[in-house]
Design a binder for this molecule. Structure first.
Ligand SMILES: [Zn+2]
Ligand SMILES: [Zn+2]
Ligand SMILES: [Zn+2]
Ligand SMILES: [Zn+2]
Length: 565
């Protein structure tokens, strides 16, 4: 084990023997930034949630975009970017050995056109207002999702259908305001429930049907606040709870959240199909340490957002798997990616890529930006296989001897993921802000950009308090209204598909705008940070996403499973 001081935050971190073996295997020097700073700089390169309006620099059409109108970049709408009317090789540069290589990549990154949204565009149907999405259809304002249909206002999904206002939903249908669930049907206002049917305001329940406000139940039926009722009694009680009324739901939510705190939480969120793992939200993974939100990870470390299985032999990997392997220091790389380093937004089918940004279906690329379906390319210029294999090691040598120094005086030799080039988003507009929140001062001090620009709000035509208490009392005319959010006062609209879905589920129109609802859900979700504390039952040391001062009762995996399996 070797101890190092982080070049960015000054904190100490250690490099273990197994880390060292990985660095040797993929031929990179050990990092000089600590794991948390490395994660922040990778997540800073991706913006899934903060969208702005601007005009396409090719066809002039108005489009939603990850880049605000003030950002000095050439931005094309998805149709133009993915189309064949332009080609990244138009911007090809000859390598100049007299200048640092990354200075040249930076130059290239400032003149090539970017796509407004980060979707695998060619796999989508009728999804104009979504971001970080692939293989989906008929969705609206969803972010970071694959294989979804008719989903609204939701994030981090795989295989969700006819649902709204969810985070981390897998393979489920007709769910609303729920976080972390798999194979559910009709789950509302719940957290960490799997294989459930018709479950409300419940958490950590598995295989349950008709349960309300329940915690840690297994295979139960007709329970309210963990108390079992006959089918008839249950149905009578449900009517009294007024699940179709906005006021009734708010009241029940308060009671449920207070009840949840009285029952133990598992050390970390995951299940028994893991082997030798640490971190939170880990499923069907093995030999993977310090991970967050991963599915089907094997031999991974410091991996986050592997929302589509699988990822194998990856380190410092921020999304999103889908049969990827040998990835190091990348953000938003996936869908059969292999051997990709120090890169962002490279998908699908990207093989042997380094220091590249926005390359699709590319093989053997080095320092390429906004390049589609090319191989053996450096700075977007195509070479023969022999020329490429001769020039690339020479450039890596040059990067070590003549590293790029950015405007803030930071040195970027070969082996560091250069946030200065790949981070095209302000910190507060990037995924980093969602997971590792920093103040404006803190972000600026660490060399990140900040953006105070917001989309203009539409003038409201009605106050949310004047919305009908029940969906059965809500007329179609609500679609023409701009509703004033009860939290932030900004105007928001309800769209037709969403209203249909609420009617189908019997739920009232929410009084808060989609962004406020999203922020509340994120606030309830654990972050990619782990703490040492003690099991509330046996007192043994545990490693958990719940900080020691968090009021939750937290059990070690052994004690939790002994009681609740
Ligand atoms: Zn650090
Ligand atoms: Zn366009
Ligand atoms: Zn709001
Ligand atoms: Zn214990």
């Amino acid at each position: 084990m070797e101890n190092r001081t982080c070049q960015n935050c000054g904190k100490d971190f250690s490099i273990e023997k197994s880390d060292q073996d990985f660095y040797e295997k993929i031929k990179v020097p050990p990092p000089t930034w600590c794991p948390e700073c490395r994660m922040a700089r990778r997540l800073n390169c991706v913006n899934s949630w903060f969208l702005f309006w601007r005009n396409c620099d090719k066809c002039s059409k108005r489009t939603l975009s990850m880049y605000p109108a003030s950002k000095k970049l050439k931005v094309y709408c998805e149709r133009c970017w993915w189309g064949d009317s332009w080609d990244g090789t138009e911007y090809a540069m000859d390598y100049d050995p007299g200048r640092p290589f990354l200075a040249q990549v930076k130059e290239l990154s400032e003149k090539t056109p970017y796509v407004a949204l980060e979707n695998t565009y060619l796999t989508m149907k009728n999804c104009e207002y979504v971001n970080s999405v692939a293989y989906s259809k008929d969705c609206y304002l969803i972010y970071w999702a694959d294989y979804c249909e008719f989903v609204y206002h939701s994030s981090i999904l795989n295989g969700l259908k006819f649902s709204s206002d969810c985070i981390r939903g897998w393979n489920s249908e007709l769910c609303y305001e729920s976080i972390g669930f798999n194979r559910n049907y009709q789950t509302f206002f719940s957290e960490e429930c799997d294989d459930c049917v018709d479950v409300w305001f419940s958490r950590n329940c598995y295989g349950c049907t008709n349960c309300i406000g329940c915690v840690n139940l297994r295979g139960e039926k007709n329970c309210i606040f963990n108390e079992k009722y006959s089918k008839e009694e249950y149905e009578k009680k449900v009517k009294e709870l007024k699940l179709d009324s906005w006021a009734g739901l708010r009241d029940l939510e308060k009671k449920a959240h207070a009840f949840w705190l009285t029952k133990p939480y598992r050390e970390y969120n995951g299940h028994a199909l893991n082997k030798n793992v640490s971190g939170d939200h880990i499923y069907t993974s093995r030999n993977s340490k310090e991970c967050y939100l991963v599915n089907g990870a094997e031999n991974c470390k410091w991996a986050q957002f592997v929302t589509v299985p699988a990822a194998k032999d990856c380190m410092d990997y921020s999304g999103w798997g889908h049969n990827s392997e040998l990835i190091y220091e990348t953000g938003q790389v996936g869908d059969k990616a292999s051997n990709v380093k120090f890169s962002a937004d490279c998908f699908p089918d990207v093989v042997n890529a380094e220091y590249s940004l926005w390359c699709t279906a590319a093989k053997n690329v080095f320092g390429c930006v906004n390049l589609k379906r090319k191989s053996y390319s450096i700075l977007n210029k195509q070479y023969s296989k022999e020329e490429f294999e001769k020039l690339k090691p020479k450039i890596i040598e040059d990067m070590k001897n003549n590293p790029f120094i950015d405007e803030k005086g930071r040195i970027w030799p070969y082996g560091e993921f250069c946030v200065e080039i790949f981070g095209k988003h302000a910190y507060n507009n990037s995924n980093a802000y969602k997971m590792i929140p920093k103040t404006k001062e803190q972000a600026l001090r660490e060399g990140y950009a900040w953006n105070d620009e917001e989309n203009p709000s539409h003038a409201a035509t009605m106050k949310s308090e004047n919305l009908a208490d029940k969906i059965s009392e809500t007329a179609d005319s609500v679609l023409d209204e701009v509703i004033e959010c009860s939290e932030c006062s900004r105007g928001y609209k309800v769209v037709k598909g969403e209203l249909n879905l609420l009617r189908k589920m019997g739920l009232p129109v929410p009084h808060e705008c989609p962004k406020c609802r999203e922020n509340k859900r994120f606030a309830r979700m654990t972050k990619p940070k782990m703490y040492h504390r003690n099991c509330a039952k046996c007192g043994e040391a545990i490693y958990t996403p719940y900080a020691p001062e968090d009021p939750r009762i937290v059990y070690c995996v052994k004690d939790y499973q002994a009681e609740f399996l």
